[in-house]
Design a protein around this ligand. Sequence first.
Ligand code: ADP
Ligand code: MG
Length: 286
Amino acid sequence: AIPLTYFAGIGKSSKRGILIKGASYLDTLANIKNIVFDKTGTLTHGSFEITNINSVNGFSKDDLLMYSAHAEANSNHPIARSILKHFKKIDHSLIKNFHELNGFGVTCSINGKLVHVGNDKLLHRENIPHPETVCKLDEKSTVHVSVNRLYAGNILLADKLKESSRKTVDLLKSKGLSVYMLTGDNESAAREIAERLSNIDYYSELLPENKIDILEKKILKSGKTAFVGDGINDTPALARADVGIAMNGFGNDAVVEIADVVIMGAEPIKIVESINIARMTKKIVL
Ligand code: ADP
Ligand code: MG
């Protein structure tokens, strides 16, 4: 039988915008040892500003914006939404054969031209010739653009930490939890964010399946583990962790469906609150 206080705990959480999908998750939450965060859209806003556009091979900066925005028009990735903020005149009739390549970027045909938009892994995977120097642009998140397999240049983007991220990490550590960040973003962008979060442990340049590998090989063995994510690319890790916590509840149906705990709103501090409620409920039960 489920003790009545569990229902009180679940009720209390829901009033604070934290939806817990069952008593057993309240129990696990009270006992977690590790908490693993996705970076983009979870610890950071996922709302990037364009800091630089480098065009080559006869393309202009406007060409780069035009191609990337059209290629990203059908993607929900934070990078896509951010590029679209900077280019509004999308002509949907030009876009054909759109494909999202999870962990790499997007591809489609625009006005009959084959366009690729994504990270350096995408350039390698698709064998698109490019100057070697552009792979280690040693700062920021980088989006490469190619048109008919000709390298057209790159767009550099910068993201910002959410207001409560630093405090959240500090409070979780002070509760004795081990805190990690996993990201598909490049090493330097990841390092910059980790440094601003009291140097939390992090792994960068991960594909969605690599995130599962790290969870299984490095983290899950040491104790009950929560994974916190916001995007469709996080669903495998949300499912694999002992507790999957989705941020920005109701933003994304598939994510909300797979998560065990759903947090309304964007601020990670709610996670501290949910652990507090879980621990308090547990104490009352014992
Ligand atoms: P994360 O949320 O940890 O950054 P993702 O798997 O969503 O992980 O993305 C990993 C990387 O793949 C991104 O940092 C970006 O370089 C690239 N990427 C994924 N989707 C897109 C997209 N729609 N447009 C451009 N780049 C993308
Ligand atoms: Mg994310």
